[in-house]
Unconditional design. Structure first.
Length: 159
């Protein structure tokens, strides 16, 4: 029966050290081959934490690597060019996310968000912006933009 290991690694920069090495070592697989495969598959997410699942067949030592998408918050931070969210999101803002960027993040996270339509997924992304201290569309409060989306004000940008 295949065994799996789930870890959060830096995109394109995984190493044989913790958390991967100690988790994969007991499975008898070539850790460096796994690390190389992970780095190839996560190169596009360089600078972000990426969830990775490694499945190993114990008898043959063959493995497969499945890469998830980074958390919504990490994608937002990359879009706005910030290092981290605000510690006091109600008073201190760390950046501004454009509607186009919000749509791009919603499309990247399509399988992970629960919204049935692109419009609802964009509103979910904006909900994350609220808790991170990120304004939207030129300094507006994310909740205000969510209401405007519901009213149809951004239908041209969200298609």
């Amino acid at each position: 029966m295949a065994q799996s290991v789930e870890v959060l690694v830096d995109g394109g920069a995984a190493s044989a050290g913790p958390p991967l090495g100690p988790a994969l070592g007991p499975l008898g697989v070539n850790v460096m081959k796994v690390v190389t495969a992970i780095n190839e598959k996560t190169a596009a997410f360089r600078g972000m934490k990426v969830p990775v699942k490694v499945t190993v067949e114990p008898k043959t030592k063959e493995f497969s690597v499945t890469v998830g998408t980074p958390p919504t918050s990490a994608l937002i931070l990359k879009e706005i060019g910030a290092e981290k969210g605000s510690g006091t999101p109600n008073t201190a803002k760390v950046g501004d996310l454009s509607i186009e960027s919000a749509v791009r993040v919603a499309r990247m996270k399509e399988d992970d968000l629960s919204g049935g339509s692109l419009k609802n997924r964009v509103k979910e992304v904006l909900g994350v912006c609220v808790s991170m201290g990120v304004t939207v569309d030129g300094g507006k409060d994310a909740r205000e933009v969510q209401r405007a989306i519901s009213a149809g004000a951004y239908d041209a940008q969200i298609q």
